[in-house]
Design a protein around this ligand. Structure first.
Ligand SMILES: [Zn+2]
Length: 353
């Protein structure tokens, strides 16, 4: 057998290993997880929408040409989520897609401001996501938790609304664990959001802003200093600052790395130039995530395959990555121990075949 064929077989084996590996997903967006199957179901509920319902036309619709097209598709999916029942359907079906990839636990980033601004009743919105969370856990065994994020481009008004929804005792959903900040970074300085993060943290939420995806390492420092980030969404540009790398490693601040997303949004030019290896070599806790998977033509399993290639990992290395995500999650300790043990058993059984 030639080396090439040996390589092909090994890679096929690794893909099969990844497909069955129990995993945790820490950086994935609610609307951004709507697969063509889910979008078709939502579009069928709203025939006046411009989104096609026929699977073939929908596949074309999802074939991205550039970042502007991604934004168009994203917004047209946002437009399909109009009622609490749409919210419930989207959330439950996203959990189904995660469960198929053996995701045992996911922190789903939700932007409640997008829905409440569109007139969805805030109490009904919370009931819809909680109902979907409980139903998904009962049916698929996948645990969902929420990160409510501020859409940075919508300004301080959206920050006020998001922190209110996250901290009001009558509204705050049981599954809410963290508070985030997304949207564009350029022209949206992190420090202005400090008072909102202070309130969320005082209410017991964890701080997980996006930073250093499309701007330099100073944004990551801002997220650490002003927003007291416990994990960093992306953090890609940290690679440009050795002091920052050392700080992230020393304080065990995990990075939520989303390789394919970074290429799709041009945060990184080519996958070969992705700094994930530098992060690992600097001793940083690296977690692998999918961001807006169907919109970037990927899923979490594929992101693990990409990471295996970039980091030259075998099964044990991949199991280590999966355990990083479990460790870096905001799940309780017994829950973490249970998934970690499951990863160990799965890996040992696989290697003993
Ligand atoms: Zn993101």
């Amino acid at each position: 057998m030639t080396d090439h064929l040996v390589d092909a077989r090994a890679s096929r084996d690794l893909h099969a290993f990844i497909a069955g590996l129990p995993k945790a997903e820490l950086h994935v967006h609610h609307v951004g997880s709507a697969s063509p199957r889910i979008v078709a179901a939502l579009a069928a509920r709203h025939p006046d929408s411009k989104v096609p319902t026929d699977p073939e036309a929908l596949a074309d619709y999802f074939t991205f040409t550039d970042f502007a097209h991604f934004i168009d598709v994203y917004l047209s999916v946002v437009d399909l989520v109009r009622t609490p029942e749409d919210v419930r359907l989207l959330t439950f079906e996203v959990a189904r897609d995660l469960a198929r990839q053996q995701v045992r636990y996911a922190e789903l980033t939700i932007t409640p401001f997008s829905s409440t601004r569109r007139g969805i009743d805030e109490g009904a919105f919370m009931d819809a996501i909680e109902d979907a969370r409980k139903a998904a856990e009962a049916e698929f065994g996948t645990m969902l938790r929420w990160c409510f994020d501020i859409p940075g481009e919508a300004g301080l008004e959206s920050a006020e609304e998001t922190v209110r929804l996250a901290t009001d005792d009558r509204l705050r959903p049981e599954g809410l664990v963290s508070f985030g900040l997304g949207g564009p970074e350029i022209g949206v300085p992190r420090p202005q959001f400090k008072p909102y993060f202070d309130r969320a943290i005082a209410a017991g939420l964890h701080s997980v802003p996006h930073a250093g995806e499309t701007t330099g390492p100073e944004t990551v420092w801002d997220a650490l200093t002003h927003l007291r980030a416990e994990r960093i969404g992306h953090g890609t540009s940290s690679a440009q600052d050795p002091k920052l790398l050392a700080h992230l490693a020393e304080h065990r601040i995990p990075l939520e790395v989303c390789p394919t997303s970074n290429i799709a949004t041009r945060a990184v030019r080519t996958i070969e130039e992705h700094p994930v290896k530098e992060f690992v070599e600097a001793g940083i806790v690296v977690t692998i995530n999918s961001d807006d998977p169907p919109m970037f033509g990927t899923d979490l399993n594929n992101e693990y395959a990409v990471a295996a290639r970039l980091l030259d990992l075998d099964e044990r290395g991949l199991a280590g990555l999966a355990k990083n995500a479990v460790d870096a999650s905001f799940l309780d300790e017994p829950g973490k121990a249970r998934i970690a043990a499951e990863i160990d058993t799965y890996t040992a059984d696989w290697l003993a075949r």
